[in-house]
Write a protein of this length. Structure first.
Length: 175
C-alpha cells in the first residue's frame, strides 16, 4: 500500500500548517467542530472556510470522497481528470480535447496501456500503479416513498476482487 503524504490532525491545538482547529470552525456560520477524520462526501468541502458554493460547483464533477488508495478508472474518468492525473504539463489537454463519449462506445478508452505510454518521467511513472480499467466503489441512490413521505437512502458499496458487494456506509438525506 502506498505511503500517505498527508495525515489527519489528531488534536485541537493550532500548530504550523496542521489544518483548521476548533476555534476556526466554531467561528463559522453555522459553527461546528472539525471531525479530524477523512471526508465521506465531496460536499463536505463546502464547510472549508472561504471555499464557497461557487468554487464547489465548479469542481464537483471532478472530485469524490474515496479512500486514498483508490485507483482511477481510466475508462470512466473525465478528460480533465485524465489530463490532471498524468501530471504532464507538456500535454495538458490531450484527453479534454477528445470526444470521450464517442470513443467509449467502442469500449474502454483510453486503455491502461495507452494512458501510461509513453511515461518516461519517473513522476509520471507513478500514475501506472494508481490507475485501473474497473471501479470498486459505487454510490447507490435509492428514492423511497412510503405513503406521502419521501426520502433518499444513499449507500456506499465496495465490490471486492471476488465480485462480492459489501455495503460500507448508508445515510439518509439529499444533496
Amino acid at each position: 500500500m502506498p505511503t500517505c503524504w498527508w495525515t489527519i490532525d489528531p488534536d485541537i491545538a493550532p500548530s504550523g500548517n496542521s489544518g483548521g482547529e476548533d476555534t476556526l470552525y466554531l467561528s463559522q456560520v453555522p459553527p461546528y467542530r472539525p471531525p479530524n477524520t477523512f471526508i465521506t462526501h465531496a460536499s463536505e468541502l463546502l464547510a472549508l472556510p472561504g471555499f464557497g458554493r461557487e468554487n464547489y460547483l465548479r469542481i464537483a464533477p471532478y472530485v469524490t470522497a474515496l479512500p486514498y488508495d483508490t485507483d482511477l478508472n481510466v475508462c470512466t474518468a473525465s478528460g480533465l481528470v485524465l489530463d490532471v492525473a498524468r501530471n504532464d504539463p507538456t500535454n495538458e489537454t490531450e484527453f479534454r480535447n477528445i470526444d470521450l463519449k464517442v470513443e467509449r462506445e467502442k469500449g474502454c478508452f483510453p486503455a491502461r496501456t495507452v494512458y501510461t505510454n509513453p511515461l518516461q518521467d519517473p513522476l509520471k511513472g507513478e500514475v501506472t500503479g494508481r490507475i485501473d480499467e474497473k471501479s470498486h466503489w459505487f454510490r447507490l441512490r435509492t428514492n423511497i416513498r412510503i405513503g406521502t413521505a419521501e426520502f433518499v437512502l444513499y449507500s456506499l458499496l465496495f465490490v471486492e476482487g471476488t465480485n462480492k458487494v459489501r455495503t460500507v456506509q448508508r445515510s439518509f438525506g439529499s444533496e
